[in-house]
Design a protein around this ligand. Structure first.
Ligand SMILES: [Zn+2]
Length: 422
């Protein structure tokens, strides 16, 4: 039972000592009653008042005045071990601190309109274990970069207003294996880049994609069992380990993109048990569709599957029902933020999920194929690139996106920066 002094929006009502209902509520006891019904300190001294009060009782038992005063006067009386164990068992869905500990997170919790600024954009960055700056031919203007390059690429964008980035690890020299050992090893490029970025850009919020496909020999997002299908239990255990490693390295956000069943719950519990529940948020790729629009990304991240079919765990493009169920499931498992991927062809899903869960910031990933399509169209004089980009992002905002993960972030930041100069 809760102590009444902990219930902030309730007021105490003193029951009259001589009330005829004294057989239930003894004198000098308190009951919690909704504030709107009784002003603080009212005496209940009639049967009708008592009946109304009884209907409005929030707490099932009462606490004596003496007991309550003792508790209030002695703040050290709680057993810290018991409190810690209750905290660890807390339902992940009830944790709010992980969604508001950073100014950018608070912006995402506060805005919803068709306008957008730098708060509404997140830049994906591919970090490799090779110290190179490598052009990605399928994504005009995009590079894979070694850890030592990331800081110098991000610095001018932060000066122009960049608020958030999403890191993807790519391994070229480290070996891949069945369990994705280098997803969370010390040599992992994301784990190496995190402390550098955090100390150089203390206000930048850093998300890390959590998946096994860039690190597994078969290129699947989970671990493959002996029957050549996904071993879901082994996969979510491994994903929770990887997410925890990114949290320990300094990630503000871990973003599972694997689409395994139950991975949000596994990751959230791991964060709670290890003391990260108040400083790491979970951004779930809730509705990730099996899409033809990921082709350029797979070249960028080197994560095309060697065999098997990702359609066994990513959503069919025609299934709105599964997308809505997936978002509801992630909410129940404790996700702080939700995502729809890809963007423009799935705006009906964005709208449905935002309508169903308006309390949760919703991300839309404008994926590599969308990026390439807009570039190719502009290069062929179908439209001017900036106009196409602004229209696509405005449409995502209209549908309900709070933040758009887009490779066009530098283009927009540079344009706004130039405009502010004149
Ligand atoms: Zn994956």
């Amino acid at each position: 039972m809760s102590c009444l002094s902990c219930i902030s929006d309730l007021e105490r009502v003193i029951l009259h000592p001589t009330s005829s209902q004294g057989e239930i509520f003894q004198s000098n006891t308190f009951v919690a009653i909704q504030k709107r019904d009784y002003p603080s300190g009212n005496l209940i001294n009639s049967s009708s008042s008592y009946e109304t009060a009884k209907r409005n009782v929030i707490i099932g038992t009462t606490t004596s005045k003496t007991e309550m005063e003792q508790r209030e006067n002695n703040t050290n009386s709680l057993d810290i071990k018991q409190v810690a164990s209750v905290s660890k068992m807390m339902d992940a869905k009830h944790i709010l601190h992980s969604a508001i500990f950073h100014p950018v997170l608070r912006e995402w919790q506060s805005k919803n309109s068709t306008n957008f600024d730098s708060y509404n954009l997140m830049l994906p960055i591919f970090v490799t274990d090779e110290e190179v700056m490598e052009y990605i031919s399928s994504m005009p203007g995009m590079f894979r970069m070694g850890v030592k390059w990331v800081k110098s690429v991000v610095a001018p964008l932060v000066r122009k207003g960049l608020k958030s980035i999403l890191l993807f690890g790519v391994i070229k020299t480290l070996p891949k294996d069945a369990r994705g050992t280098h997803a969370d090893s010390e040599q992992n490029p994301v784990i190496r880049a995190l402390p550098i970025l955090k100390s150089a850009f203390p206000d930048l919020i850093i998300a890390c994609d959590v998946c096994l496909c860039p690190y597994t020999s078969l290129g699947h997002c989970g671990i493959i069992g002996t029957d050549d299908l996904i071993d879901n239990t082994a996969s979510i255990k491994r994903l929770a380990e990887v997410a925890l490693a990114y949290a320990k390295a300094g990630a503000h956000i871990v973003a599972p993109s694997d689409m395994m069943d139950g991975r949000v719950a596994a990751i959230k519990q791991s964060l709670i048990i290890n003391g990260f529940s108040h400083k790491v948020a979970v951004l779930s790729y809730s509705a990730k569709f099996a899409s033809t629009l990921y082709g350029p990304f797979r070249e960028a991240s080197g994560s095309a599957p060697a065999k098997g079919d990702r359609r066994c765990y990513q959503l069919p493009s025609g299934s709105a029902g599964l997308a809505v169920r997936a978002a509801a499931r992630d909410v129940n498992e404790g996700a702080d933020m939700l995502m729809v991927k890809p963007g423009l062809p799935y705006l009906d899903i964005v709208k449905r999920i935002k309508d169903a869960h308006p309390e949760y910031p919703l991300f839309v990933y404008q994926v590599s194929g969308e990026y390439a399509m807009l570039h190719h169209a502009a290069n062929n004089n179908v439209f001017e690139l900036m106009n196409g980009v602004v229209e696509s992002i405005t449409a995502m905002r209209r549908a309900g996106a709070d933040c758009i993960i887009t490779y066009f972030t530098p283009l927009l930041l540079n344009a706004w920066y130039r405009k502010s100069k004149y």
